[in-house]
Design a protein around this ligand. Structure first.
Ligand code: HDE
Length: 730
């Protein structure tokens, strides 16, 4: 094939968001309309009975179909990931906002016309594959970009910092946080003695601990959480000039979380909550979108901060170095097969393309070893890059050969380099042909096992994070410590943790101590002792004491979008059809969804004779699975609902979790039977909104009513309710 034709063909396949889909299709199978066969293609005539000597006799060895079917089944499981075992994934594409050649030569960023295919896997860290989605944990956010220069994996998390500063401590961290070795308890939870024992001896973990104690640890939706590359990476441009970069994913739908009580209940009601939400959003065409941003630091400014850029327990506050948005990712297709794609995808921070490079962050350096190593055991050998989901969309040519499950049939007589018998091929690629060049960083030093002093400010940014939270977020952090440390049996560990927290914030430490039956931290020497070799930061020009950007409330409560939210519309026989249709339409227009909830499944007849089918009944769903609740009028419907304990509990619980509620027509009367009646103002004429409860006793202003309800949904939560006395709420 002429070079030119080949190049054009390659461009055609790699220069489109469907390139990966087309490649995957070549490996797909669909049994629709087909006969059942053995793995070798022989058609099977009967699969429900084994081959026996007589219908009541023993099964005979000759039954090749039985043996093959059973043997394959016996070997179906592979080891789950040692961390991030539970995940869900989606296909999509990334598109750059415009060329940034001054920053990087990576082609995926330099052609805004190009759609680079991606596969994204989002995961919890600690729980096993079958654990629940909504546990308190960091979420993994791993993206494989199938670029025209090979695969780039951005293997990040939904929190911008990590627990440890050096990769060598990772096995200890993971052992400490996973269930305890003697009894394998607790599952998918950090709330146990081993973990807090470790943390209480590891001051460097305190910044990340503050993030994990915040509501970021249970995102409302995978489409509503941020993502971070965590480490400082490098961009390298065509002139070989390098700049430091931190990667950020910003969800277009805004950042929203659950509340802890809700998250725990969801873990029972629907352990697949986030996974289902992602799946359904994509099936409905409500595609999750994330903007990719970078914070860029010139090499001259490497030491301009009050922390070390190589320290993965530190952020660069957005107020110090603003984020430049460079592109957007859209997730628009669910995987066809969970195992083949989501389970077998193999990420590796070392998968980079020209224009992206590493720094000496010792955590990143540790990761560069671990990821391939782990795939060797998990996926059974060195050929995991040949599994369809892992293949790049560009051709692969090298002298790697053989190994378990080799797929490629390498032609030719040579499998070594240099060679003359194969015409010197495959050849080394000069930089002009896209050959990867490592950034020529000058490095020299003594071999030494020690931590740089510049990493030893363990508490400065933990303080920064805490001081940047709103009052309600601070309260949630305190409650999280009450929960986590309240589950720790060893009082010495609790006490040590209280002293550790005192290094972040004295007032918080006292509040935590009070909640867990421990003495407040009065001994200054002890506070210093747990801080170990901590060296407080020295303020520099770029220092800040708060960073509003790290508070979800500060950055989000003005967000106008209702995209991706789910609303329960509770009805019964005789409901008001028109208002349901009106509110439903408004929700659909904003790319939110509505589910009709009633006592039983089936068709419900409205007051005007129209019917609606229920999506969920009171047993199959719960208020915790929705962002908001709407109850329309209809005298008969409301009269029936007044006597349903489930409806009353639905309302009270949604109120307790600070969610928007809306009542129209006769439904306002329902409030009499709930704990809300005393808490909200009596409805006036027209539409009345109080603490996120929207009420209209008649249907005269339904346009306004729906509008106000949408605003409340966009706001997500009404924390002012939390300051009230909740004792009256069941
Ligand atoms: Fe990972 N990590 N990690 N990690 N990590 C893995 O690789 C590891 C770290 C992250 O959806 C494993 O294929 C070490 C930071 C994600 O498949 C393993 C260290 C960040 C995923 C591994 C870290 C991450 C993993 C387990 C410290 C955020 C899931 C299975 C030196 C920037 C990827 C696997 C997926 C998975 C090792 C720290 C993110 C064992 C040694 C920091 C999102 O290789």
């Amino acid at each position: 094939m002429a070079d030119d034709t080949r190049r054009k063909m390659e461009e055609k396949t790699t220069n489109s968001s469907t390139a990966k889909n087309e490649q995957l299709d070549q490996h797909s199978e669909n049994g629709e309309g087909q006969y059942l066969t053995t793995s070798t293609g022989v058609r099977i005539n009967h699969t429900n009975d084994s081959l026996k000597a007589g219908s009541r006799g023993p099964t005979i060895m000759e039954d090749f179909h039985f043996r093959e079917k059973m043997t394959h089944f016996d070997h179906e499981r592979i080891p789950e990931r040692v961390v991030h075992a539970r995940g869900s994934a989606a296909h999509g594409y990334f598109q750059s906002y415009g060329p940034i050649p001054e920053l990087t030569k990576a082609k995926l960023f330099n052609d805004p016309e190009k759609k680079t295919p991606v596969f994204v896997r989002i995961s919890t860290v600690v729980g096993f594959r079958g654990s629940a989605d909504t546990v308190r944990d960091v979420r993994g956010f791993a993206t494989k970009f199938y670029t025209e220069e090979g695969n780039w994996d951005l293997v990040g998390n939904n929190m911008p910092v990590f627990f440890i500063q050096d990769g060598i401590k990772f096995p200890d961290l993971v052992h400490a946080i996973k269930p305890e070795p003697h009894n394998e308890m607790p599952q998918a939870s950090a709330a146990h003695d081993n973990f807090w024992d470790f943390v209480s001896l590891m001051p460097e973990s305190m910044h990340t601990i503050m993030w994990v104690m915040s509501d970021r640890a249970f995102p409302r939706s995978y489409a509503m959480m941020e993502g971070f590359g965590v480490h400082t990476f490098r961009f390298v441009n065509a002139e070989g000039k390098s700049k430091f970069v931190k990667f950020h994913w910003k969800p277009v739908a805004g950042i929203h979380s659950l509340v802890w009580d809700e998250a725990q209940k969801i873990a029972g009601k629907d352990p697949d909550f986030n996974r289902r939400d992602l799946w359904e959003a994509i099936e409905m065409g409500n595609y999750p979108e994330f903007e990719l941003g970078v914070q860029v630091v010139d090499p001259e400014d490497e030491f301009a901060f009050d922390f070390d850029l190589l320290d993965p327990t530190k952020i660069i506050p957005e107020e110090v170095v603003p984020i430049k948005m460079i592109g957007k990712m859209t997730l628009n297709r669910n995987p066809d097969n969970f195992f083949a794609e989501t389970e077998q995808v193999a990420f590796h921070p070392g998968h980079v393309v020209p224009g992206i490079d590493f720094t000496n962050d010792p955590l990143l350096q540790g990761r560069l070893f671990s990821y391939v190593d782990t795939q060797l055991i998990r996926l059974g050998g060195p050929n995991f890059n040949e599994i369809p989901i892992n293949r790049p969309v560009v051709e692969v040519h090298n002298n790697q050969r053989d190994g378990f499950m080799r797929q490629t049939i390498n032609k030719g007589k040579t499998n070594y380099f240099p060679n003359s018998r194969g015409g010197g091929c495959p050849m080394m690629a000069p930089e002009t042909a896209g050959g990867y060049l490592h950034h020529m960083e000058k490095v020299e030093g003594h071999k030494i096992r020690e931590r740089s002093d510049s990493f030893k400010d363990y508490f400065g940014q933990a303080k920064l994070f805490y001081n940047s939270q709103t009052e309600i977020e601070k309260k949630h952090i305190m409650e999280a410590f009450h929960f986590e440390l309240g589950k720790v049996k060893d009082k010495e560990i609790r006490q040590r943790m209280v002293y550790m927290i005192a290094n972040v914030d004295k007032d918080l430490a006292v509040k935590v101590a009070n909640g867990i039956g421990i003495n407040p931290p009065t001994d200054e020497a002890k506070i210093k002792e747990v801080a170990q070799d901590h060296i407080p930061r020295e303020k520099v020009k770029s220092s800040v004491d708060t960073s509003p950007a790290v508070s979800m409330e500060n950055r989000n409560n003005k967000k106008g979008s209702i995209k991706g939210r789910k609303v329960a519309i509770m009805i019964d026989e005789g409901f008001d059809y028109e208002t349901v249709m009106q509110v439903k339409k408004k929700l659909m227009d904003g790319n939110a969804t509505a589910e009709i909830v009633s006592k039983f499944h089936g068709m419900i007849t409205a007051s005007n004779g129209e019917t609606l089918e229920t999506d969920k009944n009171h047993i199959t769903t719960a208020s915790v699975l929705y962002d908001a609740i709407f109850i329309p009028g209809g005298a008969k419907s409301v009269a029936r609902m007044k006597n349903h304990g489930d409806v009353i509990q639905f309302i009270n619980e949604a109120y307790k979790h600070c969610k928007p509620l809306a009542f129209s027509g006769e439904a306002v009367e329902l409030l009499e039977n709930t704990a809300l009646w005393n808490l909200v103002k009596e409805p006036q004429n027209g539409v009345n909104v109080s603490k996120g409860v929207v009420m209209a006793s008649n249907n005269d202003n339904m346009g306004d009513f729906s509008e106000r309800f949408m605003e409340c949904i966009a706001q997500h939560r009404f924390w002012e309710r939390e300051d009230m006395d909740h004792d009256s709420i069941p």
